[in-house]
Design a binder for this molecule. Structure first.
Ligand code: UD1
Length: 369
């Protein structure tokens, strides 16, 4: 029986997770794929550039929900997605990660009794002040197939009462994309463009509400970055949320060695990560990518839903303690750096395992994989 799959994509981190799954499924001619972009991220440098660089098909439908409060954005995705999913009548809807679009689409499907597959299931920060944690918990409760990137995901789901037969430990799809595009990133000219040499800079990304929405916290972070940049120049591609907050704040922004730049495409950002001395971030995906690349990562959060990056990988949680951040940077600069290992099944083939599991779930042969 041919399988009709509908992918729901909404925000920047969804794109690199969906791309390898779409490619793996594209190798079969006995299934049909449809792509819905919710429009949660709409700036060209937050969305279009990723579709191009990841070689993804144009979305069949863009729901154009745009920005808004959590309730409004979630509600817009739900009400605009419902008629679309009813029209396409898929056998399975795939949702990715933990953004508002993920949870909104999953809830719509659950009410319509359409099975949902969740890629990157089971991750938990155990911090319910994070909007993403709420999205993870709810999505996993209504999903029919739960694809986990690491064994802690399986443990979390089992503890929450998810039936074992719904869970598939497949590995990390984000690493599939990284492995495929690393050779392309080596051709990027971004380092020359920015006048940087390998290991001669740190790379920064910050966009979590807990860091950028509180003016005092944002000011403390910017001061710490300024201090650090005296020893190590920093490149900081600024997320739209952070840009707005920086514009509102009275922080001295153009400090000499903190280079604020617009958000970068996937290839240039990967090139910069690969050759950085260290990363300072509050992103989830970057904790994973640096672990794979063996680059030290200092995470400005009190917790992580990706604990394996800290226990096995190169990640260190510094919390919101700027003294600790400065100390950890100094430590890395004198050569005392974490040497991590790559976690199990972060091998570039997670999407093939997802495709195989979906076909088996549908009673089809999965031999091509
Ligand atoms: C969202 C995700 C977060 C993810 C991040 C990656 C949720 C709850 N959060 O956060 O998990 O790590 O994406 O980027 O889903 N904006 C633009 N242009 C855009 C998109 C956003 O200017 O293309 C501005 C808007 O003013 C918006 C703000 O950025 O209000 C925040 O966007 P939103 O999608 O609500 O959340 P993110 O902070 O991007």
């Amino acid at each position: 029986m041919s399988l009709k799959i509908l992918h729901v994509l909404g925000a920047r981190p969804n794109f690199m997770k969906a791309a390898p799954v779409i490619r793996a499924l594209g190798r079969r001619n006995d299934l049909h794929q449809t792509f819905i972009h919710t429009g949660q991220h709409y700036d060209a440098n937050m969305s279009d550039v990723f579709f191009q660089q990841l070689g993804m098909p144009e979305p069949d439908v863009n729901l154009e929900v745009g920005s808004g409060s959590h309730a409004r954005q979630t509600a817009e995705v739900m009400s605009r997605f419902e008629p679309v999913v009813l029209e396409y009548q898929p056998d399975l809807v795939l949702v990715y990660g933990d953004v508002n679009s993920t949870m909104a689409a999953a809830l719509v499907c659950a009410k319509l009794l359409i099975p949902v597959g969740h890629v990157e299931a089971g991750l938990r920060s155990f911090d319910r002040t994070m909007p993403e944690e709420i999205n993870r918990l709810l999505t996993d409760q209504v999903a029919e197939l739960l694809f986990t990137p690491s064994a802690d995901g399986d443990e979390n789901l089992l503890r929450e009462g998810v039936a074992a037969e719904k869970i598939r430990f497949v590995g990390n799809v984000m690493i599939d994309t990284l492995v495929r595009l690393l050779p392309v990133a080596e051709e990027s000219t971004i380092m020359t463009d920015l006048g940087l040499g390998a290991q001669g800079y740190g790379l920064v990304t910050l966009h979590r509400p807990s860091n950028v929405d509180d003016p005092a916290m944002l000011a403390a972070i910017m001061q710490a970055l300024h201090d650090i940049s005296r020893d190590l120049p920093l490149v900081f591609p600024v997320h739209p949320r952070t840009r707005q907050r920086l514009e509102k704040a009275t922080i001295q922004r153009s400090t000499s060695h903190v280079h604020l730049v617009d958000p970068l495409g996937y290839i240039d950002f990967l090139a910069l990560q690969r050759h950085a001395m260290l990363l300072i971030t509050d992103s989830g995906g970057i904790q994973e990518e640096t672990t794979f690349l063996g680059v030290p990562c200092l995470t400005v959060r009190e917790n992580t839903e990706r604990p394996i990056t800290a226990t096995l990988g190169t990640n260190t949680l510094v919390g919101q303690d700027m003294h600790r951040l400065r100390t950890e940077v100094r430590r890395i600069l004198v050569g005392d750096r974490k040497r991590g290992q790559v976690p199990p099944l972060w091998d570039g083939h997670a999407a093939e395992r997802i495709a195989e599991a979906m076909l088996r779930w549908n009673g089809q042969s999965a031999q091509i994989f």
